[in-house]
Design a binder for this molecule. Sequence first.
Ligand code: HQG
Length: 177
Amino acid sequence: MPNDIQISKFMSLALRHAPEEAGLVLDENGWADLGALCAVIERKFSASPADVARVVAENPKKRFAIAGDRIRAVQGHSVDIDLGLASSAPPELLYHGTKEEFLPAILREGLRSQSRQHVHLSKDIETARIVARRRKGKDVILRVDSAAMAGDGLIFFVSDNGVWLTDSIPPRYLREI
Ligand code: HQG
């Protein structure tokens, strides 16, 4: 029985960051050939296309989308693709989970997308805590005044799996909670 978490991590790597490591090419919207991905996963993990379909369907964060014979990651990319999302009006407040060690820089220069295409924001504090806990150190949760940002003309997107995305966030919209 292949390990679904290992397969999911490999799919995230291939579909978000390093498609060349899986011999894949992403189109301008981030789509890859599903058959080609399945072939790589079959070789690497002895997992079948049905296993890949299960990993996609049962992924707890719904990280991947299949459309016909194509597959893509729905957010989290570092490669330069356009998800083609329409901008959306955000809720009044959004949240960002991070670590205490990053706080001085964040309060000085704002939230930056770092290696990814967007800053990732959570719709509630609990989700932000889960994001923060991925790294070692003391958790910090920032409240984002998304209503004020939208009022100032800054643009938000929401991915198919409910992650809010924006380009960057100046410090004046951030408050530690
Ligand atoms: C920090 C996971 C210093 C930022 C999660 C974060 C998310 C700064 C780190 C998704 C900074 C970047 C993304 C600044 C931001 N100075 N540090 N100016 N601005 N940072 O992984 O939000 O499981 O790129 O706070 O659930 O942690 O992969 O972003 O700590 O949705 O699907 O720089 O990844 O989703 O780290 O996580 P990341 P993130 P998946």
